[in-house]
Design a binder for this molecule. Structure first.
Ligand SMILES: Cc1cc2nc3c(=O)[nH]c(=O)nc-3n(C[C@H](O)[C@H](O)[C@H](O)COP(=O)(O)OP(=O)(O)OC[C@H]3O[C@@H](n4cnc5c(N)ncnc54)[C@H](O)[C@@H]3O)c2cc1C
Length: 490
């Protein structure tokens, strides 16, 4: 395995060389997501460059604020504004773009695999693991080939473009089966991410269809598949029931206590024997800790999460602290001190606060002070269900519905969104959408931008002796029932 030195602040030491004592302790933060970004920023704020060198490792050059992904998919927020660019948000911090592929904590080294070139190892004095989670998938026939996740900005934008593009395609065909297939959209998973994604995308599709004379609103078929008997387990049954009722009123087809059995070639088969064809299958059925943690010597629980104590220090199965290692967020099992025996749920509310707490704790450690425990009482949950619609449950008791909940959702998340720059851009975008209406154009070719150039580069075929239409003949009338005829009739 090649080992290369990498130029980070404070000299990085390849494993082959004997590690030199460092003048400035190096903190390496794995993952520049919610935990990574907040830990790095807080630590930088607390300690000067002579007290700590901070390195953040992430394959992406930005942190994604996932709670805004459904709104980005719906076009209510510009995709660029739901991310905080590392180089701008992490002043005084070294950023290495690459995937962590191995962690050898005993040797205080991590292997980084960049997008191009050989993998290399860097050394550290303190390690923070904020590697987040990945979609929890199941071995369902056709799932890997046909479905798409909804965990990152690339997926959210791909879902948006795909849905709008299918509407475009459906409007140009009069094959009824093909139209049905194009206009059927399936979302699997009725947790927060799934319900928000479904509700926002459905709302956007309904707005988009208003601009298509050849498509009726009732041709859109949105389907939710959820394995448990209820949706939104994060809020009370009453509020979950209200949300269900709202979605049903919008003609969204809901299958509870039902599983996706197969989706080979886009033919969806549900465990309740319902079958249909769909071009769009979005998988939002939960997350699991980042599997790269298995390539490490850190202690993991049965769910693959790094085991921690409430001070966010990594601990072994007996509760002994593993020196110089810390973890938080979706990839860590952090005890929830307000719910003894339970762990903090994998959400941004905790990840963000854990990140700040970890930054403070590391500053304490580096100044030889005692660490403190992370303790946060859940303040509730807010969800957007499309433009001007939402549900929220605050402090366990206060239940809010409809427009006020939607305002609460936007207010809460815009404050939680990192950097003033992003907050202002998001608010400016919202104002623009209110005044000018949101944009519902599909930029489908974004996913294959070279297609047209490739086609243009192919040498033209010699012209065949095919008959050419006689311009003196009358134009062919649109076939009855075709999209063109429907458009003509209006
Ligand atoms: C659609 C959606 C909606 C959500 N809505 C809400 C909500 O309304 N409220 C709420 O509280 N929570 C919500 N969440 C959950 C919340 O976003 C996460 O719990 C939170 O982001 C977890 O933070 P994290 O730092 O642990 O992980 P992340 O923020 O995901 O960060 C992990 C980072 O690790 C990086 N990474 C991955 N693999 C590697 C590797 N091998 N090497 C280096 N870096 C790597 C990733 O690129 C990423 O930057 C939502 C999530 C989704 C997907």
């Amino acid at each position: 395995m090649p080992t290369t030195t990498v130029p980070t602040q404070g000299d990085a030491v390849p494993t082959a060389a004997a590690p030199k004592p460092r003048k400035v302790p190096r903190v390496v933060i794995l993952g520049g997501g919610t935990v990574g970004l907040y830990t790095a920023r807080r630590l930088r704020k607390r300690l000067g460059k002579r007290e700590a060198a901070i390195v953040v490792v992430d394959p992406r050059p930005y942190m994604t604020y996932a709670p805004f992904l459904p709104e980005a998919a719906a076009g209510s927020i510009d995709a660029r504004n739901v991310v905080a660019p590392h180089r701008r948000a992490l002043k005084g911090v070294d950023v290495l773009q690459g995937k962590v592929s191995h962690i050898n904590h005993a040797e205080r080294t991590v292997e980084i695999t960049p997008e191009e070139g050989d993998a290399y190892w860097i050394t550290y004095d303190h390690l923070v693991v904020g590697l987040g989670s990945v979609a929890r998938t199941l071995p369902i026939p056709g799932l890997a080939e046909e479905a798409i996740g909804f965990k990152n900005v690339e997926e959210a934008i791909a879902v948006r473009n795909h849905v709008l593009n299918r509407i475009d395609v459906a409007s140009s065909t009069w094959d009824p089966e093909l139209r049905k297939r194009m206009l059927t959209f399936v979302f699997v998973g009725g947790g927060f991410a799934g319900i928000e994604a479904l509700a926002e995308v459905e709302d956007m599709a309904r707005v988009a269809v208003k601009y298509y004379k050849a498509i009726e609103q009732d041709e859109l078929r949105f389907v939710l598949v959820e394995g448990s008997p209820r949706i939104l387990p994060e809020v009370s049954e009453e509020l979950g029931g209200y949300t269900l009722e709202q979605l049903r009123k919008r003609a969204i087809e809901i299958h509870l206590s039902t599983f996706l059995s197969s989706c080979v070639g886009g033919h969806v088969v549900l465990s309740n024997k319902v079958e249909f064809d769909a071009e769009t299958i979005v998988w939002t059925a939960g997350v699991k800790a980042n599997p790269v943690l298995k390539n490490s010597d850190l202690p993991l629980d049965q769910m693959g999460r790094v085991t921690c104590n409430a001070a966010l220090q990594v601990v072994d199965a007996d509760g002994n602290v593993v020196p110089d290692a810390y973890a938080a967020g979706d990839c860590a099992a952090v005890p929830d001190l307000y719910n003894p025996g339970k762990f903090c749920p994998p959400n941004a509310q905790h990840a963000l606060r854990e990140g700040n707490h970890l930054g403070d704790n590391l500053a304490r450690v580096l100044r030889s002070a005692e660490v403190t425990e992370y303790k946060h009482k859940n303040i509730g949950a807010v969800a957007s269900l499309g433009m001007y619609k939402g549900v929220a449950q605050m402090f366990g008791k206060i239940k809010v519905r409809g427009f006020p909940a939607w305002v609460l959702h936007r207010t809460y998340h815009v404050f939680a969104m990192p950097t003033v720059n992003r907050k202002l851009r998001i608010m400016a975008g919202w104002t623009g959408s209110v005044l000018l209406r949101r944009e519902v154009v599909a930029l489908g070719s974004l996913h294959d931008p070279r297609a047209e150039f490739r086609a243009a580069s192919v040498a033209p075929k010699p012209r065949s002796a095919e008959p050419v239409a006689d311009p003196t003949l009358p134009a062919i009338k649109a076939e009855e029932g075709s999209p063109a005829a429907k458009a003509d009739a209006r």
